[in-house]
Design a protein around this ligand. Structure first.
Ligand code: AMP
Length: 170
């Protein structure tokens, strides 16, 4: 199945000059969504890990079904103020302004192995922040996975030393 054809381009969202890759048009097609998740699962089949870490909110749509299919636990990384327990947080810069994400302090024990997933790799700022949160808790990042990667933004260059996989590239 040509999954890439189901990704819709929305120009000038969320601001002028950005072409937003809208994955909702892929997720709404049952067969395509199923195939995309299955292919992610296949890729990580032989990896040794304990948890999938997903980044709010679109990373949940990829990470949760992967975790269920692989029989692993799911750990959410969320926007500030959403997680009810004690958290650690990290701020990171975006093109304009900054953002913050959090993880529960007791989500991981030292040495536990994770795969971190999000929907899309753009500049890499979000995923690097998530990686730092996991590592601050003593977690070990075995892989970083995306449904889609925008290669021209060179996010992968910021992730040297990590095992990075993306199902679709543009
Ligand atoms: P970044 O931190 O630049 O890698 O941006 C990653 C986050 O922003 C991802 O979670 C994506 O969901 C979202 N994102 C950034 N740029 C785009 C884009 N052009 N199309 C769709 N989503 C994007």
């Amino acid at each position: 199945m040509e999954l890439a054809k189901l990704v819709r381009d929305i120009p000038d969202f969320p601001k002028p000059g950005i072409v937003f890759k809208d994955l909702t048009t892929l997720w709404r097609e049952g067969d395509a969504f199923h195939e995309a998740i299955n292919r992610m699962v296949e890729h990580y089949q032989d990896y040794d890990f304990d948890y999938i870490v997903g980044i709010e909110a679109r990373g949940f749509i990829i990470g949760a079904p992967m975790a269920v299919l692989m029989g692993k636990g799911f750990i959410p990384v969320r926007k500030p103020g959403k997680l009810p327990g004690e958290t650690i947080s990290i701020s990171y810069d975006l093109e304009y302004g900054s953002n913050q994400i959090e993880i529960h302090k007791d989500a991981l024990k030292r040495g536990e192995k994770v795969i971190i997933v999000d929907d899309l790799l753009a500049t890499g700022g979000t995923i690097i922040a998530a990686t730092k949160l996991v590592e601050e808790l003593g977690g070990s990042v075995q892989g970083i996975g995306f449904l889609m990667e925008l290669e021209f933004l060179k996010g992968r260059e910021q992730l040297k030393g990590y095992d990075v996989f993306s199902l679709l590239k543009e």
